[in-house]
Design a protein around this ligand. Structure first.
Ligand code: NZQ
Ligand code: ZN
Length: 387
């Protein structure tokens, strides 16, 4: 295990009906609240009215930034920064999925910065402060509710970039599983694939002697596998929705990856795809990840054998390590397909024409990943396998 430091400041308020705590959570930060949300799901579900009632009850002055896009755009973040500055906002309140939360984070760190917030995404500037941020999460997927990361798309340059900062952690996040009952099947699936992918990025590692981290990872993977089909069959399955929600948070709040060299190549490749084609993040991962696995498994076959045996129950007897490892990868692909996730870029009408450009962009800061360091041609090969 590697040496590490760990701190996660986000207060989690988990459980059915916890939106009723919103007023008391917001109150200490001041009166001016910027409410950030997406394209209308919170209005259709009635959550918007609940949030407004809570804020009214504490006498908050509310300003709104609606219509944050899935794969949130820099132009929308700019609008939010202007609003927040114009109204001396005390707290940014994100109500939605990862996209809404990520946009709110970029607004929070962008307000006190005199340059363009995009500088943080292209590593041109370091984040030194941020406005307080709170969230009400409505979709189990990204873990953004309990981490300091944000992923923003600059549509003009077709670049999707992430930043991470201790100043971008939510101060609090409300996780009410009932708020996820209305998530449609496609986004339930995309979220499940995203959660599993976050675990993969931290589990397929060359670091030795990390049994606790590995078992955390295997536990989260099995929890998602056991619960996503229950939620698909019955969208109001209380236990399944609760377990998916907590699995999503645990997969990317930093705990399972401490002391471990992490990879993140597949996320890097996916971000290049969604930057150009605007496909859902989880769908891109469902296409890319099994191909990444096939491309890299020989770097550390024992970890892939462990994955196959412990997560998928593959019987290794009578099989070579390679056969066992490949059986685990096949089970992954088959599971993604069974729950309705995409397997090829062609399913989104994406052809070979921009693969080279994506591969070049993916390695702009150097090779991707650590399990196997991927150069441009490696990324291109994985993209070609994904066609
Ligand atoms: O926009 P609205 O109307 O709210 O609808 C959303 C959106 O269309 C809908 N939705 C959300 N909650 C719902 C609901 N519909 C009905 N009922 C509900 N309760 O779902 C759609 C997708 O929402 P989105 O927020 O885009 O999904 P997700 O949470 O998967 O976020 C994806 C974004 O997060 C980034 C991705 O790259 C992508 O931009 N990521 C952020 C990470 C982070 N901050 O740590 C890590 C991830 O790896 C990821 O890269
Ligand atoms: Zn992800």
């Amino acid at each position: 295990m590697n040496s590490f430091q760990f701190q996660n400041p986000t207060q989690i308020v988990f459980g059915p009906g916890t939106v009723s705590k919103l007023g008391e959570l917001v109150q200490p930060y001041g009166r001016n609240v910027l409410l950030v949300y997406g394209s209308g799901s919170i209005k259709r579900t009635g959550l918007y009215d609940q949030v407004i009632a809570q804020l009214n009850a504490i006498g908050a002055r509310m300003y709104e930034l609606p219509d944050v896009e899935p794969n949130p755009r820099l132009s929308t973040v700019h609008k939010g920064i202007e609003l927040a500055r114009a109204h001396s906002i005390d707290l940014i309140l994100a109500v939605g999925g990862g996209s809404v939360i990520d946009a709110a984070k970029a607004i929070a760190v962008g307000v006190p910065y005199e340059g363009d917030v995009w500088d943080f995404c292209i590593r041109k500037a370091v984040i030194r402060e941020g406005l307080p941020l709170g969230t009400v999460l409505t979709l189990a997927a990204t873990g953004s509710e309990m981490n300091g990361n944000s992923v923003i798309t600059n549509w003009e340059t077709q670049q999707k970039r992430a930043f991470g900062s201790r100043f971008a952690y939510p101060r609090f996040s409300i996780l009410d599983p009932e708020l996820t009952y209305t998530v449609p099947a496609s986004h339930t699936v995309n979220g499940a694939v995203d959660i599993m992918s976050h675990v993969f990025e931290q589990y397929f590692s060359l670091t030795a002697n990390t049994p606790l981290q590995e078992r955390f990872c295997e536990g989260i993977l099995q929890t998602v596998i056991e619960n996503v089909e229950l939620a698909l069959a019955d969208p109001q399955h209380a236990d399944a929705r609760a377990n998916l929600l907590w699995a999503g948070t645990m997969a990317l709040n930093g705990i399972i990856g401490v002391g471990v060299q992490q990879d993140w190549a597949s996320h890097g490749i996916e971000h290049e795809i969604s930057a150009i084609y605007d496909i859902p993040h989880g769908a891109g991962l469902s296409i890319v990840f099994p191909n990444w696995m096939k491309y890299v498994y020989q770097e550390r076959i024992d970890r892939f054998v462990q994955y196959a045996v412990r997560v998928w129950g593959v019987d290794p007897s009578g099989k070579t390590p390679e056969e066992t490892a490949l059986a685990g990868i096949e089970r992954t692909r088959a599971f993604f397909t069974r729950i309705g996730a995409q397997a090829t870029l062609a399913e989104f009408g994406i052809g070979a024409d921009k693969l080279e450009r994506m591969a070049e962009e993916a390695v702009r800061f150097g090779p991707l990943g650590s399990f196997k360091k991927l150069e441009r041609d490696d990324v291109l090969r994985i993209l070609q396998m994904s066609l």
